[in-house]
Design a protein around this ligand. Sequence first.
Ligand SMILES: Cc1ncc(COP(=O)(O)O)c(C=O)c1O
Length: 406
Amino acid sequence: MKDMTEVTPVYLDNNATTRVWPEVVEAMLPYFSEQFGNASSIHAFGAEVGGALRQARRSLQELIGAEFDHEIIFTSGGTESNNTAIRSALQVQPGRNEVITSAVEHPAILSLVDWLEKHEDVVVHRIGVDKLGRLDIDAYREKLSDKTAVVSFMWANNETGTIFPVDGLAELAHQHGALFHCDAVQAVGKVPIDVKSTDIDMMSMSSHKLHGPKGLGALYLKKGTRFRPLQRGGHQERGRRGGTENAPAIVGLGKAAEMARASMAEDIKRMTALRDKLETGLVASVGHCFVTGDPLDRLPNTSTIAFEYIEGEAILLKLNQAGIAASSGSACTSGSLEPSHVLRAMDIPFTAAHGAIRFSLSRETTEEEIDRVLAVVPEIIAGLRVMSPFWSADGASPENFDPAYA
Ligand SMILES: Cc1ncc(COP(=O)(O)O)c(C=O)c1O
């Protein structure tokens, strides 16, 4: 196996973050130098920057199909957008103290609701999913009531790519007078979104997942939705998020949104074909592995494959040595390997959840890169299985697997 320094790296961790497109960098550069004005200033320096921010807002508006540009509030990222939306929904409805979300949300929702439950007297319902990561809609219906302040479901799961039917879920929330928030961080720029034709009240986005700069996000706030800012200060963002705007980053996000929109149909086709090639190839050549998530409704770029009887961290290290960047479904904390909360909620056995690897593609991923992964992964897996205490020479030995080890 080649050392990483000898080969061109293959980046398949685009759900963690994406490369900032060169056109995006180019669009941003003037806003670090000659266009340095404060968009709130009335002189020419400010006015020019203000015009660029309006253009960027329109580009993002068009990408998600928002009806009005003032429905976009720029924030510092997906995490801030999620915090803003959930806290606002609770504050504007003091008679309602319940939140409904799913067990497979990103920590940017789950750790917030854990906090609210522990410290702020909020009742939280975490709705489960089936083995394919699909939401238990009956359980959701049961938890809805006139105490529900807000329902928050993600558009697409960051680990498996499974897509939730958010429009229908939002309609149900409204039948009970609750607000509906959607964490669409992994969906925006990857799949078509037209918020104006949905019942979504608030939707979180993040620039760095769509080839824009890091540290910038946005919250879609449907016109007429009651709102309380998280961050108070100046009159920026119509008083809904105080603080001088990060003009270079906003311009960059605007450019990234424009580019994503222009090539989305083509990108979806290409990424789906490459993702399918990767999955079919690995399942056929490796054995004792399977693709997680909903086979019918899944992001075109995301593939989490569970390799049984070995550990994801070991696979990742070997992949890294071979110049391939991916990520694992488990988090290595103080020596114990905990399978991801998403795979656990899907009831994926420990033997498989431990060995889950997420490959996330981008529109830059090439067929040659996928061929390289297909060439090296079987060798890596075979090598690790030989050393695994849970694997015997004549094949898999699940009975050897000791859950206490987890
Ligand atoms: C589904 C989801 N929500 C929220 C976030 C957080 O976004 P940000 O990094 O912009 O704070 C992420 C990032 O991985 C994500 O995947």
